[in-house]
Write a protein that binds this ligand. Structure first.
Ligand code: ZN
Length: 264
């Protein structure tokens, strides 16, 4: 963790500093080695929050876009007494979780249900194939009549499957902490997949980092989702023509429901 509590202040780890866990209250050890970023650790290194992951520079640089008071916000469920520490909790009541390592869908869902009003920001640079897949799949992304909103016809061909079916928006960051000088590089944008409520297509919002950060700070984040139905118009890249494609699902009368069509 970046912060420990000491006499009601959030303090960063430094050699010999004393601090306590904001969630379980136990005394923490300041780790200030040469290789890992400075952080606070529980004794025996087991974090009291099983959802906590070791922080990377990517985590820290994202969290630093927000006020210190919003970072590492401790939550307790009043009924079950379950406790967790959210990466960022905005003053508007939204949790932002920055996820670098793999997460299985079961844990993802428990976290979504615990925080409810949340968005994920996923490190899309951890696996090289994630961006390669996106580059291949983005030819099927369609523009809509609303600025910044797109339709993804085959979300599984653009994004890692363990993030599909999320109950909350999932934002993919394919740039990470690198800087990219080419202004047209798609990695300069964030790609936010909105929850897909049993529809075949998914809605994607493409935005700049600044616009995401500003909307989280000014309270606009998650409000824009509730706009009216969008219409597909053109492909994301103007020079690509869309071929009519088969629908992703078909109705199977024996099963009495829509089933996914195998493409290959
Ligand atoms: Zn603790």
């Amino acid at each position: 963790m970046r912060f420990a509590l000491f006499e009601n202040n959030k303090i960063e780890a430094s050699k010999g500093a004393k601090g306590f866990c904001p969630s379980c209250g136990s005394e923490l050890i300041a780790r200030c080695g040469e290789f890992k970023i400075k952080h606070w650790a529980h004794k025996g290194n087991r974090n009291c929050d099983p959802w906590w992951e070791n922080e990377t520079d990517w985590h820290r640089s994202w969290k630093n876009n927000f006020p210190v008071d919003w970072q590492e916000y401790s939550f307790t469920d009043n009924l079950t007494n379950e406790k967790h520490i959210a990466d960022v909790h905005t003053i508007h009541g939204i949790v932002i979780e920055f996820q670098h390592s793999h997460i299985n869908p079961q844990e993802r869902i428990s976290r979504e249900k615990f925080y409810k009003n949340m968005v994920w920001v996923v490190d899309g640079t951890r696996l090289k194939r994630d961006y390669t897949r996106f580059l291949k799949g983005q030819k099927d992304i369609l523009r809509t009549n609303q600025h910044g909103r797109y339709i993804v016809q085959f979300p599984d061909e653009c994004f890692p499957s363990n993030w599909l079916g999320s109950l909350v928006p999932v934002i993919f960051d394919f740039r990470g902490i690198e800087s990219i000088s080419e202004p047209n590089d798609l990695r300069n944008y964030l790609f936010c997949l909105l929850p897909n409520k049993d529809k075949l297509d998914s809605t994607l919002v493409i935005m700049s980092r600044e616009s995401f950060i500003n909307s989280a700070i000014n309270g606009e984040l998650l409000k824009r989702q509730e706009k009216q139905q969008v219409q597909k118009t053109q492909p994301l890249q103007q020079n690509i023509t869309i071929k009519r494609r088969e629908p992703t699902h078909y109705y199977d009368p024996r099963k009495g429901r829509f089933v996914k069509r195998k493409r290959f």
